[in-house]
Design a protein around this ligand. Sequence first.
Ligand SMILES: [Zn+2]
Length: 387
Amino acid sequence: MEREDDVARMFARMDALIDELAGSGPRIDPHTHLGLDEDGMAQTLEELVGNLDAHRIERAVAFPLHDPDRGENYTVPNDRVLEWAAQSNGRIVPFCRLNLTGDPLTEARRAISLGASGIKLHPRAQAFSVDDKRLDPIFAIAAEHKLPILIHAGRGMPPIGDQLATAAERHPDSILILAHAAIVDQDRIASLVAGRPNVVFDASAWSPVDLHGLLTRVPPEQLVWASDLPYGTIRESLLSTLAVLLEVGASREVTAAIVGGTMDHLLRGEHAVLSAAPIAPRERVVNLARQRVGGYLVALLPSIWQRRPDYVGHFGLAAAVCRDDEGELGSVAELIILAEATWTAALERAGTERPTLDDVRETFELLLAAWVFAYSPVTQRRWEALA
Ligand SMILES: [Zn+2]
């Protein structure tokens, strides 16, 4: 029981830190999924709303996963998301997902008439290019209804920075949300669309360094916090985003915009309100012990996601870095040791099976917090002050 109590205490403290850093403005999540994915991932309306309630999230945009029932046009999963949103008391903002091989324009019109408040495009899963001319009428109908378009720009694709920039340029009236901090081609796309108030990046990228890198290229108001539930978690994504904002010296107003204010504008069909320039310099001085901890923890992520043991021993290597004389990384080591104990217990419970998704999330959130505090000394000090 002792370990479970420690984990619960750590999570409560993380939530307190999130509250302290986020301020009291509305929190709006622009990127969540509902339903079922071919990869086995799933999220019900009750699970999503439970997650929103647990973290004081006012509203979340939701769209279908890569649903086995998608057919040519995503009609069935789109209808399910629209129906769930209708039952959600305004907590869920439904976006429709489209597929270019079917009849996306008819499906977009149909879904918008039924209440879709935006469009999700997934160039990898649906195998199309974002500057495909067949998308022009989709961008046009979204602009006509002032609805944002969220585009997958994460892993698993060739670099598409130039195509995204072309699309943003060709459709200045469309509001584009580039998912996963556009890590598919971040530096290229960010330098091409920096300062465009119709293009924002969502922060669901796991890595604080990816977010920090983005903020060296674009004004901070071009970032919006996002969880990517059920793949990411609210706690992990908020903590990482807020740590980066604290680290780069973002003001309380800018932070409030990133946590929800900007999405509120975008969902009303307004563009983001941008300041002049990026606030983070391209260079950053990093303590090497902190960088080593981060490297070992990042190397652990695939084991956790694939629900495997830590064969290499990265937990131990990361914790060992923290055993320096000054004890500066002691609070980071505490999280690493707890994450390892939690993962070991999950593997033991699973026996010949794999740990559950809840097990993955528990270890992942502890591990991510350790990484975030190793990355950001100023956030680590705020964490320690809450002990
Ligand atoms: Zn997603």
